[in-house]
Every structure is written in C-alpha cells, then in structure tokens.
Design a protein around this ligand. Sequence first.
Ligand SMILES: CC/C=C\C/C=C\C/C=C\CCCCCCCC(=O)SCCNC(=O)CCNC(=O)[C@H](O)C(C)(C)COP(=O)(O)OP(=O)(O)OC[C@H]1O[C@@H](n2cnc3c(N)ncnc32)[C@H](O)[C@@H]1OP(=O)(O)O
Length: 240
Amino acid sequence: MLRSCTAGLRSLWALRGRREGAARLSADLQPARRLFSTEKAVHKDWALPNPSWSKDLKLLFDQFMKKCEDGSWERLPSCKHTCTYKSEDFKTYFLDPQLVEGEGLSQAQLFTRGFEDGLGFEYVIFNNNDEKRTVCLFQGGPYLQGIPGFLHGGAIATMIDVAFGSCAAISGGAVMTANLNINFKRPVPLCSVVVIHSQLDKLEGRKLFVSCNVRSVDEKTLYSEATGLFIKLDPKKSST
Ligand SMILES: CC/C=C\C/C=C\C/C=C\CCCCCCCC(=O)SCCNC(=O)CCNC(=O)[C@H](O)C(C)(C)COP(=O)(O)OP(=O)(O)OC[C@H]1O[C@@H](n2cnc3c(N)ncnc32)[C@H](O)[C@@H]1OP(=O)(O)O
C-alpha cells in the first residue's frame, strides 16, 4: 500500500504547477438548488474530474453521472468564490456591510477548494432529493496528511461537515453547523478515495439532524461514522 501511495504522491506532485485546464464550467446546473447556483456570472465548477482524479474516483463519478440520467440523482456544482458570501440568502444573516463587502472577504474562497488540483480536497457531491440523502466522493491529497501516510482527522471532519452542510442546505436553505460528532474507526490512507453517505434523519422546526458513514470504495471498510445538527438560520436574528 505504501508503494502505491508513494506512486500516487509522485504523480500528484507532478501535477503541481500544471496550469488549470480549460474551465470546468457547469453545463448542468439543473434544479441543483438555488443555494448552489446563485451567482449571476458563470463560474468554474470544481466538482468535475481533473487530471489528479484517480481511476477509482473517475469510475465512481461516471457511475453516479449515469444515475443522474433519470433525474433521481443530481450532481451538485461547486464553486470556489462568492457563492456563499454573494448569496442573497447569506447576506440576510450577515448583516454587517463591512463584513460582507470588506477587503478580507474579497479574497475569500471556500476552504476545501483552496488547494491546487490533487493536493487537497478533491470531491463531488450527488444528491437524491426524494430520499433526502447525498453521496460525497472524496479523494484526500498529500497536503491533508496527519499521521504519516494517512489523512488528518480534521480533514475528514471538514469533508463530513461539507457533505452534511450540503445535505442539510438542500432541505433547510441557509443553515449552519451547530454540532458534529465523529467516531473515527479506521485511518484513511492518503490519496485513497472514500465515499461519504449522508442522510437527513429528522427535521424538527429549525433543527436538521443528519448522519453519515465514510466507507472505502469497495464498501468493506467503515472508516468513520458521524452525526450532525444543523440549524436553519433565523432571518430575524443577526449571526454576527
Ligand atoms: C452549511 C452550508 C449552507 C449553505 C450552502 C451554501 C452554499 C453551498 C456552498 C458550499 C457548501 C459548503 C458547506 C460548508 C459547510 C460548513 C458549515 C460550517 O462550517 S458552519 C460554521 C460552524 N458553525 C458555526 O459557526 C455556528 C455557530 N453557532 C451559531 O451561529 C448559532 O449557535 C446557530 C447554530 C446559528 C444557532 O443559533 P440561533 O440563535 O439561530 O438558534 P438557537 O435559538 O440558539 O437554537 C435553535 C435550536 O437549536 C438548538 N441548538 C442550537 N445549538 C445546538 C447545539 N449545539 N446542540 C444541540 N441543540 C442546539 C437550540 O437548543 C434550539 O432548540 P429549541 O429550543 O428546541 O428550538
């Protein structure tokens, strides 16, 4: 395993410095929920294959794209900049105009999309609206190392939060994480692909209860299990 990881790392390093390919523009924003596509301008969609994606990730991606054909599943586009802060939904809650328009936020980008291709978080999320569940295909790159050769627990927690956040936001709109509980059962090898199956378990007023498991591609290894609580933001309250 170490050898294949080293080979994986080498090819990822080779990718460093490579210029971004043609913009992966979202051709299929579809219904994909207003929260995920509020931008007026067309921005690059990061939830599409790039050369750093492993065979496993590409294969799973293709399988889920097939499932999208009958409309039961949809791929959620993902942009790096502005989605959240330019979103009218979020401006409603972050009322301080200095915070929204300030210098710092002009450089803001989604934490998980801040790495060069293949070095950090490579992922795509698919949503099944009828079943209130999402599947996140995630390949964690070499910059996410914790214990040598394995993913940092914080990186796993981050991806779980993103997967949960997307799952909850589809039903709840503008939501925030109030609670995350994670059981790390097995370490995740660096550069491997894992599948995060999330579901909305219960909607209770403004509270959305979600749960997930993180498994290997062959589903034989259960890496983590988690539950989360998301709160639908109250338009009458300022979050800052
Ligand atoms: C999340 C994505 C959203 C939209 C997607 C948009 C674009 C898509 C693009 C990318 C997707 C990326 C997803 C990224 C996901 C990342 C998510 C985050 O990291 S959020 C940041 C971390 N979280 C925070 O900073 C939240 C800090 N906390 C707060 O701001 C507030 O506590 C709150 C959560 C907003 C709740 O405050 P409220 O004043 O609105 O509600 P409360 O009256 O306090 O509570 C309501 C209800 O809920 C219960 N409750 C609240 N917190 C907890 C808790 N920790 N544990 C258990 N229960 C809790 C509270 O008791 C109330 O219950 P009730 O009395 O029964 O009504």
